[in-house]
Write a protein that binds this ligand. Structure first.
Ligand code: STX
Length: 316
């Protein structure tokens, strides 16, 4: 069994665009084996978009690897569009793409917000899901959003200072509202500046050890704009109801083979949430990586994720 690192870089054998509403068109790609076992990759944020590295969690000889940029994210258009952009529309888009590609059932792989969306998708369409690989669990509850906005400061005070100091002191009592105003301002420069600072804050808190590469990638214009606008939009306008919905509805997916991978020192999505999910769902395999933070690219996390995709070969 492959126990090493990511698979080698690879190009898609097919890419496409799929119009999913009057407003939104999705970017998607397929890599690996066209006759292989289907797996769909769901990126984080929401709004972060997928990258070429994400293709490399899966053995390309075995898997038919489907990757999409969610509404408003990455190469999907319009970038950063907030209208018609809810958890329900994202779940529907996954179904639209599945049907478009002629896939019956697939393995669903998602980290961070991708874990949230994977759970929402699986609970809505359990018959379509052969397995779940979930990393850095995020359930979009008030406590997790407050942690993101105010309490990551406990561990990353310098990064938080950069995030908070963009906002005048009088507005700092409600950072989400203050950022929302700027991220949706008429002036594109005001939006861009706020987006860059929001995204760099998240990136800086994502790794156990400092990663200048990840921080500078976080500040890249298109990535930052999609991520910050859509993330703020979901935090402010698109909470789950009730907020415990994904935990309450574990019964719908309890039978689906699942691996949860969680970094012990994940500061963006603290392990407490993964622990709650696993307590509600003891049948799921739970892998705690003892020396990792949040990012999928943390060495221990990516190794655990590759081990999980390798293990799923025998269940396919
Ligand atoms: N956001 C969680 C999430 O999905 C609250 C996420 N966290 N960091 C990221 O995504 C990136 C580092 C991929 C931007």
């Amino acid at each position: 069994m492959h126990r090493g690192d990511l698979f080698p870089p690879l190009d898609p054998y097919q890419t496409g665009r799929l119009k999913v509403s009057d407003l939104h068109t999705l970017y998607w790609e397929q890599c690996g084996n066209p006759d292989g076992v289907p797996v769909v990759f769901l990126h984080g944020g929401p709004g972060a978009g997928a990258s070429p590295t994400h293709r490399r969690f899966f053995d390309p000889r075995f898997y038919r690897i489907v990757i999409l940029d969610q509404r408003g994210a990455g190469r999907s258009t319009p970038l950063g569009e907030l209208r018609e952009n809810t958890t329900e529309t994202l779940v529907q888009d996954i179904e639209t793409l599945r049907e478009h590609l002629g896939v019956q059932r697939w393995l669903v792989f998602g980290g961070s917000w991708g874990s949230t969306l994977s759970l929402a998708y699986a609970q809505t369409h359990p018959e379509r899901v052969t397995g779940l690989i979930l990393r850095g669990i995020f359930l979009m509850r008030q406590q997790e959003i407050d942690w993101f906005l105010y309490e990551m400061r406990t561990i990353f005070p310098e990064a938080w200072a950069g995030f908070a100091s963009h906002i005048p002191e009088a507005e700092r009592g409600d950072l989400l509202e203050a950022y929302w105003r700027r991220l949706t301002a008429d002036d594109p420069q005001v939006r861009m500046q706020a987006a860059r600072i929001w995204s760099v804050y998240e990136g800086a808190c994502s790794t156990l050890l400092p990663s200048p590469e990840l921080v500078s990638a976080s500040g890249e214009d298109n990535h930052a704009l999609g991520l910050a606008r859509i993330e703020a939009h979901y935090f402010r306008n698109n909470r789950l109801t009730p907020e415990t919905r994904l935990l309450d509805q574990v019964d719908r997916i309890r039978h689906i083979p699942t691996v949860i991978v969680q970094g012990r020192y994940d500061v963006v999505c603290p392990i407490r949430t993964a622990d709650e999910l696993h307590r509600a769902w003891p049948e799921a395999d739970y892998v705690i990586v003892p020396d990792a933070g949040h990012s999928a690219m943390e060495p221990g996390i990516r190794a655990a994720l590759v081990q999980a995709t390798e293990r799923f070969k025998s269940l396919s």
